[in-house]
Design a protein around this ligand. Structure first.
Ligand code: C5P
Length: 236
């Protein structure tokens, strides 16, 4: 996969104008955008239709955790918008994940990705909700559950990509947020990594938000990401 296809830029904005501005500035530098609940709620689905009409791929990060019927409806709505990726919480169990996967079958380009343990959670947070497992054990358990339910891949931190690649095999998508450039402050990321480290560990795609969208020169920041990824492709 060429470096540009692996990079997903997260449009974490509360208004359409800010999103349009960065999309225009990045132009052909970025082919893949993530739209989350903040921007979807603030700007509505027209932005997604606009991105798809421009030939961009869209990862709609809905983080679904609902009864299976409602999950299926939301996935169908996402598929009808033309998005390429949608997320579902595997902590909701097999029926919820399987409902998402079944609903996505009508949309050949749509991939369903499972969230396992969100990166802000610790083993002690799991204990609080009655789960007596470490975050990494729980994450692998949920990743296997998602795969058995037919998911195309998982969301994971860069530091968890290697064991998940080993557990899920070569064709699973492993999409890693929590990515920053070498030397950049990890900010609020719990288990961060560089583009090179994430891909060398087995990530198929990386998600970057503020590293690109808050850069003084977003195009230059994308070029640094691609240069770092090129290093990963040559050495892996
Ligand atoms: O930190 P950054 O701006 O790169 O975040 C981009 C995306 O990564 C966010 O939209 C968020 O969904 C995701 N993220 C995450 N875990 C974190 C931090 C960010 O999943 N610890």
């Amino acid at each position: 996969m060429e470096p540009t296809s692996r990079v997903i830029v997260a449009l974490d904005f509360d208004n359409r104008r800010a999103a349009d501005e960065i999309i225009d500035r990045l132009g052909d530098e970025c082919r893949f955008y993530k739209v989350g609940l903040e921007l979807l709620t603030a700007a509505g689905p027209d932005l997604i239709k606009h991105l798809v009409a421009k030939g961009k791929e869209v990862f709609l990060d809905l983080k679904l955790f609902e009864i299976p019927n409602s999950v299926a409806g939301a996935v169908r709505a996402a598929g009808a918008l033309g998005v390429s990726m949608v997320t579902v919480h595997s902590m909701g169990g097999t029926d919820i994940v399987a409902a998402a996967v079944a609903a996505a079958r009508d949309f050949p380009r749509l991939r369903v990705l499972a969230l396992t343990v969100v990166t802000s959670m610790t083993t002690s947070d799991l204990t609080d909700i009655g789960i007596n497992a470490s975050t990494d054990v729980q994450e692998r358990r949920l990743a296997r559950l998602a795969q058995h339910a037919g998911c195309h891949g998982v969301i994971a931190s860069p530091q968890e990509a290697a064991p998940l690649r080993a557990a899920l095999g070569p064709s699973a998508l492993i999409v890693t947020p929590g990515v920053a450039l070498p030397g950049e402050s990890p900010g609020d990321h719990a288990r961060p990594g560089t583009p090179h480290a994430a891909v060398a560990s087995g990530a198929s795609h990386i998600v970057l938000g503020r590293t690109i969208t808050r850069a003084a020169d977003p195009v230059a920041a994308m070029q640094l990401v691609r240069a770092d990824l090129g290093r990963a492709c040559r050495t892996s």
